[in-house]
Ligand binder design. Structure first.
Ligand SMILES: [Zn+2]
Length: 85
């Protein structure tokens, strides 16, 4: 299992979801909160759509770093996206 953000491909270092349990964390890269923004009524298929919409919007807005914390020095949003698209 990888620990990539399903939206933007950022390596979170933790699982966004473990089975039916969301981490409740926020991706520092794209800003989605697992278990909140992606609940999708508990429908896994629907959740994928949430992810692709979120990704689209994030890219359209210039895929900028979301977190208040500094982005990693070698952060490359385009490269990490290759993990999920
Ligand atoms: Zn993300």
């Amino acid at each position: 299992m990888n620990t990539y953000c399903p939206v933007c491909g950022f390596d979170l270092g933790f699982l966004s979801w473990e089975g039916d349990s969301p981490s409740d964390e926020i991706c520092p890269s794209c800003g989605i909160q697992y278990g909140y923004d992606d609940v999708a009524g508990g429908d896994v298929k629907q959740r994928k759509e949430v992810y692709s919409k979120w990704r689209e919007t994030w890219i359209k807005n210039g895929h900028s770093w979301f977190s208040q914390n500094k982005q990693p020095k070698d952060w490359n949003p385009v490269k990490q996206l290759e993990r999920v698209i």
